[in-house]
Design a protein around this ligand. Sequence first.
Ligand code: FES
Length: 160
Amino acid sequence: MTQTLSRRRFVKLTAAATALFTAGGKAQLGYAPSLTYPAVKVANVAQVKTGQPIIFNYPDASAPAILVKLGKPAIGGVGSGRDIVAFSALCTHMGCPVQYEGGRFICRCHYSMFDPAKAGQTYQGLASSWLPQIPLRIDGKGDIYAVAVAGLIWGRVKNV
Ligand code: FES
């Protein structure tokens, strides 16, 4: 038995597939607005020096993270130079700690590298997922707050 797809049915299916794809894309990137993240003060802009990372934990005590001022504009960067960013410090390959060095994040377990200016894009090594970025907000006093996680922190089924 052969069935033909009516134009109306085709449009409905296409719309449903588009909605599903869009929702899936958001989930994969970790932009889950239904999650309630805490706002945690990390530092003040006066304390942040170019190329000198600040270690903190976010969104809880078992989630190491790194804030760094890159000295050049970055995707999601805050501050007057749009160059202050933060990321999970756990490599997306097998969870080893990453270190900021020479303008990039490096995992020394298997030498994956991530670009902090490009939202944590992986560009070398075994890691196939980008390093989860931690969106930041600055208040009127220059205090920098971590406010969410864009991506799934390694080893977790949910961030919060
Ligand atoms: S754990 Fe980082 S590259 Fe393997």
